[in-house]
Design a protein around this ligand. Structure first.
Ligand code: TXA
Ligand code: MG
Length: 344
């Protein structure tokens, strides 16, 4: 076993978590930067590593769906809904926002009275969560983890992305568990059931790996949009998930010309290539980059493509927006926020 491999075993990762340290691990959505969810100081160190404001809540990842009840307190209505949703979608890319049990450190919630909980499906995440739970015996256990990127940046979907983002910490021995390419590729869908008894309904805070329609089919009512009282979600900041290279989001129908000065990438689905004006296809300063035609492979490729293009020295990424329709909601959401970072 090489030195690198020794640092990246599940058992060593559990040692690090127990000691209050940070461990990066794969999930089916994106890689997470994890700490012991029962240790407020360890949670603080996530904020420091990410450069993230400390009033932003993080998601607690649990080994099995039934562990949810150790982290939350529920009224009857939200309990029924949370149970139905966890039965339908866990383990998987859904995060439930419930009221936080008073015994849970406020640090995981950025001081809010709610808590986000998810049971991920990725086998390495499962192995880590189970090993950590095993070590804890009967105590409540969970791993608090935001996406393993610096605040506001593109989420990681490959181990290498995490290493690139946290070079210093990795050099200093932070474990980064290998889990291949994230199968979903964008973050979990976040649904708030914490205020259903106040007539707020079930609120969709962030579209993601699970379609809103599938959730509505399980709860038997439409999802609501967040209002002023909705909990803060940094992933729903207007500008987020941004690359360093300016990104402009355009519709293929309105794309008539791109300036001839700078080296630019035009990114669009392969099936839309023929809609691109011929002149543009022959413009020497333009590199045409194709994305998959369908939402699932598109989501899988999205963040890796953004990171790669960011390394290529383009002055601008002209990104052709995805089609209308719910199947594309989560992707459109991420692209819109990435582009918003460059709007003045
Ligand atoms: O797929 C995912 O959700 C990934 C993987 C690692 O699980 N995690 C992730 O974490 O995307 P993060 O921190 O980058 O985004 C989590 C979002 C944030 O926007 C945060 O504000 C929101 O979840 N959140 C967490 N707890 C919350 C709470 N109690 N109330 C409202 N929003 C919450
Ligand atoms: Mg994030």
């Amino acid at each position: 076993m090489t030195e690198k491999d020794a640092v990246n075993t599940i058992e060593h990762a559990v040692d690090v978590l127990e000691g209050g340290g940070l461990v990066a691990f794969p999930t089916e959505t994106v890689y997470g930067l994890g700490a012991d969810a029962n240790n407020p100081q360890a949670i603080e160190s996530i904020y420091a590593a990410k450069g993230r404001p400390s009033h932003h809540p993080v998601i607690v990842h649990i080994a099995k769906p039934a562990d949810l009840w150790r982290w939350v307190t529920t009224d009857q209505l939200s309990q029924v809904l949370a149970q139905r949703l966890s039965d339908a979608f866990w383990p998987g890319p859904l995060t439930l926002i419930c009221r936080r049990d008073p015994s849970v450190p406020a640090a995981v919630s950025g001081g809010q009275d709610t808590i986000g909980v998810r049971c991920p499906a990725h086998p390495v995440a499962q192995a880590l969560l189970n090993a950590f739970a095993h070590r804890r015996g009967n105590e409540r256990s969970g791993i608090a983890a935001p996406s393993a990127n610096r605040f506001g940046q593109v989420s990681p979907t490959r181990r290498q992305h995490v290493v690139h983002e946290f070079t210093d910490r990795v050099a200093a021995g932070m474990p980064v568990l290998e889990g291949g390419n994230s199968a979903v590729g964008i973050e979990s869908t976040i649904v708030d059931v914490s205020r259903v008894n106040q007539g707020q309904g079930v609120v969709l805070l962030r579209p993601g790996g699970i379609d809103a329609q599938a959730i509505e089919a399980i709860i038997g009512e439409p999802l609501q949009a967040p209002n002023d009282q909705a909990p803060r979600v940094s992933g729903s900041l207007k500008a987020h998930y941004a690359p360093h290279t300016p990104l402009q989001l355009l519709d293929v129908a309105t794309l008539s010309s791109v300036s001839s000065h700078d080296r630019q990438a035009v990114v669009l689905r392969a099936c839309e290539l023929e809609r691109l004006p011929t002149a543009m296809r022959n413009q020497s300063n333009i590199t045409i980059v194709t994305m998959p035609d369908d939402p699932l492979p598109y989501a899988q490729a999205l963040y890796a493509r953004l990171r790669d293009l960011d390394q290529d020295g383009f002055t601008k990424l002209v990104w052709i927006n995805v089609p209308p329709g719910q199947a594309w909601d989560a992707i459109r959401d991420r692209l819109t926020r990435a582009a918003a970072a460059f709007e003045s």
